[in-house]
Design a protein around this ligand. Sequence first.
Ligand code: FAD
Length: 444
Amino acid sequence: MDAKDTSVAVIGGGFAGVACAKRLAEQPGTHVELFDRGGFHQFQPLLYQVATAELTFEDIRFDLARIFHHSDGVRVRKAEVVGVDPDAMTVSLDGGETVAADYIVLAAGARPNFFHTPGADEHAFPLYSVEDARHVRGRIVQLFEEASAKPELVDDGALTFVVIGGGPTGVETAGALSELVHDVLPHVYPDVPPGAAQIILVDLGHSLLSAFSEDAGTYAARQLQRRGVKLRLGVPVKEVGEEHVALADGTVIKTRLVVWGGGEQAAAIAGAAGLAQGRGGRIDVEPDLTVPGHPKVFALGDVANIPFGDEVLPQLGSVAQQAGRWAAENILLLSQGRAARPFHYRDKGIMAMIGRKAAVAEMGAHRHEIHGRVAFAAWLGVHAELLGNIGAELKAFVAWAEEFYVRPHHRSAALLEPSRIDMPRIDWAPQSQQSQQSQGQQKG
Ligand SMILES: Cc1cc2nc3c(=O)[nH]c(=O)nc-3n(C[C@H](O)[C@H](O)[C@H](O)COP(=O)(O)OP(=O)(O)OC[C@H]3O[C@@H](n4cnc5c(N)ncnc54)[C@H](O)[C@@H]3O)c2cc1C
């Protein structure tokens, strides 16, 4: 490395970390070490589709080393960062190594927040990673297998699935689950009595999608109810047990699968960095995305509270991706002795997909509200852009989405069959990953 060269340690290979490293990679003389504990980017917006067997695990997992295959300036390291010293400008790894850098970018994302609900961390299934989605899918199949062999288990809640949380995560999960258990699994398990499975969504608020307009919440509730989802709104969860959920009004729901969409907090490394943490354990940052008092340390995406007027920006892929690129630009400015610039977010709006042909979107900064098929198309456009920015093949994504829309469940049933091992993946991984994936498939 030359005396003038700049070194950057990026922690986390999610939307923010990848976008930051990609922009820095374009600048000669910039050396990035990108640390990620799993070594791959997980496309979280499609986790429900994996949990409910619309997609395979590999479809939404992108190998970081492959993404940066042609970027000489980026070294991907599969490692857990266990400490950050913002004064010494070092990060420490789980193996004991300490790495020094001119700039540190914290982009480690989020983890579930159970808000001290007794039993939730032990018994509820979160949906934040490919592993989580694998657990949820495995649990659903296991419960249908058991109920198919012993139908009397249905009365003990074997096929009662509870989703906690009425925000986008809970609403999207409940919608996807209801399509799976009502439309797909009855074909795979014909012995299970029709209508035996039920989905119950619980939230302490009195409406769904509180970040959206009242109309959007009403639309989501109607769409979920049309899909057979029972809503228990306005009542907090008191306890999650191995075989039940207890609500504060005294109701006890027998269940063997509770999916947690009840909230999130910053990744654990935020607390290990010795930096002041704000709401949700996230690091409050300056408008230019640096950490107060540490002009060479940045925090982005779900690990940060990014100011936006009197509020902070929501935890969204587009916020993380844009902040990643912006932080990279600021690092380049600072390394040239120039001032960093305040982050300007291009607001594309907020959206949630409730099910096939049913989505709700509030577009742009003015929150123009749309429902149904048009909103589904908008969802598709925004997610295609997110995928494209991490280098995925868009033609394949659009083809999948079209089929998802017009040919319901053609993949799900196949993915739930015991012989599903040979199920073809969608080829929307970056070109460089496709050869590796097909090698992996041959091995499997
Ligand atoms: C189920 C679900 C659905 C969602 N749907 C949408 C949607 O439809 N649209 C949308 O815009 N947003 C959606 N989001 C939100 C969006 O996915 C997040 O806002 C976005 O992923 C945040 O990006 P990030 O880069 O901050 O973190 P992440 O994408 O979470 O990436 C963080 C990375 O850091 C790694 N990491 C964490 N700690 C360490 C450590 N100590 N050492 C090394 N590596 C570490 C993690 O393994 C991970 O790879 C959804 C989120 C979830 C959970």
